[in-house]
Design a binder for this molecule. Structure first.
Ligand code: WT7
Length: 635
């Protein structure tokens, strides 16, 4: 039996039991046998969830890029590491071998060094899905700089907030990006963001769309000439297992985004181990995750997890709808993709197109299909299973979070029998708990509650950048000695988990995690707006969409509501990005509030769900007349 590669259900249960009975011994063995350490650890794990403090492999020394690149050179030097598929299907794909990746990462790392970037410095990466994105991430890791990738769909305000929060010294971007038939002026967005950032000394610009852009004298430089002049040799910085590897922002239920900090050793071990098992990756397989590297899915399962296993990982620049909705399937056929990992929202959008485009391509290479980001509904699950996997490729519905670093609840394909809408069983080493309203753990099966984790796992985030207190309050204060996920879940009669959705003010729209507070803050900046409240409502493609209740300062009939709606969405686009736009905006006389002044979102949620037969306990409501008015005018 191999603990590293699980192939049967009995094996899963055996290894799982071992990992729970003796977590330190278990993870020590995995770490010891499958990775390259400059020095082994003094202690496998120390932890205290009340502080909270978690350390894995303390005292160990390593560089994650030596694990993701250098150690494969002897046996996989010519193997494709990154398979880049451009936006335009007529442009050739680019195969970057492990050896080429080694040279390109070294060159990039030398450029960073020459620009004065040192171990511990923060570097913001704002790039489209082009090879430079993965390479710059790895180059940072190679010299010990902490990368903070910001998804290139975020607006200039969202970008500057993130740059300032972690005090980034440098921004890496491109002249622009391709997105289907459109181009986006990324450099223009960076220029605008940097008007508000004093910490950034230099900007490196990759050329992608050959647009005519402004280059700020003394700050901006074209990347390519610097790379051309740089050496392709560089010794990796020796890092401590607990040194930060990256910061990645996720929105929370209050104001500012949270800069989740992930460290090096545990993150590497867990993302590599989960990748191997959740996708059943075998040598020479071609693996494709359609996420953007701007999200945690891309960090863990396009870059680090696959490369740590010496895999071939596809990076796709484009969108599923360009030049038509057959694009994903065309790529699967062209590159003979074996593992395909995408989000339910994409599946629903593609399912809407019927089966003609999916039937047109040869998808017989597919062995495992993944889903992530939000609950996958039954209909989408069956469409994926029937038309993409032809009932032969198991679906792994993987539940996890930016904060967890790696996949937490998931089937193991060909081992765990799948069940539509169920993420099924905890991954090896993961100890979930369902909690009731009184803070007690609910034991047994056929129960539901709030999902927590009661024991540390190697890839968990260690803190929120610059705000450890917020980290403790958000994740470790709701339930004593437990990590609280913010999700609700149920456990069925055999112990399978089904995630039922967020129980806080975070809404998952098209798989993107959106906090309501930052959107409300943006709306409230409109001079005509007095107050606002956002809730989610079911949407057939996005899963959830946003419904905004907005109260105006002057409720006079004279305002043009359609125009106001446009302006509100414009403000949201400027502050956060187009992903946070509202589908419905209802102007209201007031918002339902408790006597202590808290907005009763529960009621607003029911109205948005068109589920008003029973509004629940309304005895604490200060202004019941408002509720009737909102119901009468609901959209
Ligand atoms: C939230 C985390 C890490 C994946 C990308 C999203 C929801 C994620 C599932 C799933 C049901 C899911 C949860 C979670 N979620 N995967 N398979 N089934 N819900 O990362 O932006 O940090 O969002 O996404 O609500 O808490 P994220």
């Amino acid at each position: 039996m191999s603990n590293y590669h699980i192939k049967h259900l009995e094996e899963y249960y055996q290894v799982y039991r071992k990992s729970v009975r003796n977590p330190e011994g278990f993870w020590e063995e995995i770490a010891e046998e499958h990775f390259l350490w400059r020095k082994k650890w003094d202690n496998v794990l120390s932890w205290d969830f009340s502080k909270p403090e978690v350390k894995w492999f303390e005292g160990a020394k390593l560089n994650i890029t030596e694990n993701c690149i250098d150690r494969h050179l002897a046996t996989r030097g010519d193997k494709t590491a990154i398979l880049f598929e451009p936006n335009d299907p007529n442009d050739p794909a680019e195969h970057i071998s492990y050896r080429q990746l080694y040279h390109r990462v070294n060159k990039f790392a030398n450029v960073l060094k020459a620009q004065g970037i040192k171990k511990g410095d923060r570097v913001c990466i704002y790039l489209p899905m082009i090879p430079e994105l993965a390479i710059s991430v790895l180059a940072c890791a190679r010299i010990g700089a902490i990368h903070s990738v910001v998804f290139a769909g975020f607006s200039s305000t969202a970008l500057s907030t993130r740059i300032n929060d972690s005090d980034c010294k440098m921004v890496i971007t491109s002249d622009g990006s391709y997105r289907g038939a459109k181009t986006i002026d990324l450099k223009g967005i960076v220029d605008e963001a940097l008007l508000d950032c004093d910490c950034v000394a230099s900007v490196l610009v990759a050329k992608r769309i050959n647009s005519d852009i402004h280059m700020e004298e003394g700050r901006d430089q074209w990347l390519q000439p610097l790379l051309d002049a740089a050496s392709d040799q560089l010794t990796a910085e020796v890092m401590d297992a607990e040194d930060p590897l990256f910061i990645l922002y996720t929105s929370g239920s209050t104001g500012k985004p949270k800069g989740m900090v992930h460290t090096t050793g545990g993150y590497m071990v867990y993302t590599a181990y989960t990748f191997k098992n959740v996708f059943q990756y075998r040598e020479n397989d071609v693996y494709w995750c359609t996420a953007d590297i701007g999200w945690i899915t891309g960090h863990s399962y396009i870059v680090y997890g696959p490369l740590a296993n010496g895999a071939t990982t596809v990076m796709f620049e484009g969108v599923p709808s360009y030049p038509d909705f057959g694009r994903f399937w065309e790529i699967v056929e062209k590159h003979k993709v074996n593992q395909f990992y995408t989000a339910p929202t994409a599946i629903r959008a593609l399912a809407k197109q019927g089966t003609e485009l999916v039937d047109k391509y040869d998808l017989s290479s597919l062995k495992t299909l993944g889903s992530v980001g939000e609950p996958i509904n039954e209909e989408a699950w069956h469409w994926y299973n029937d038309n993409v996997g032809k009932k032969k490729a198991p679906i792994v519905d993987t539940w996890w979070q930016t904060e967890t670093g790696g996949i937490m609840i998931t089937p193991i394909p060909y081992a765990t029998p799948t069940k539509p809408t169920y993420a099924t069983l905890p991954f090896i080493g993961i100890q979930p708990a369902l909690m009731d309203e009184n803070g007690e753990e609910i034991k047994g099966n056929q129960v539901d509650g709030r999902l927590c984790v009661k024991f540390p796992w190697p890839s968990m985030a260690r803190t929120i950048w610059g705000n450890h207190e917020r980290y403790r309050d958000t994740y470790f204060s709701a339930y004593k000695d437990k990590y609280f996920t913010g999700d609700g879940a149920l456990r069925d009669e055999v112990g399978y988990y089904r995630i039922t959705g967020r129980v806080d003010d975070v809404i998952i729209v098209s798989g993107h995690n959106l906090g309501t507070a930052p959107i409300e803050d943006a709306i409230n900046e409109h001079q005509a707006v007095a107050e606002s409240a956002i809730v989610g409502f079911p949407h057939d493609v996005k899963g959830s969409a946003l419904y905004g209740y907005v109260t105006l300062k002057d409720t006079g009939e004279s305002r043009d509501h359609d125009n106001l709606r446009k302006e509100i969405n414009q403000i949201i686009t400027e502050h956060i990005g187009p992903i946070a736009k509202l589908d419905k905006i209802q102007f209201t006389q007031g918002l339902p509030k408790t006597r202590s002044g808290k907005i009763m979102r529960r009621i607003l949620r029911k109205i948005a769900h068109k589920d008003t037969s029973n509004l629940g306990d309304t005895s604490t409501l200060l202004n019941p007349e408002v509720v009737q008015d909102i119901m009468d005018n609901a959209l």
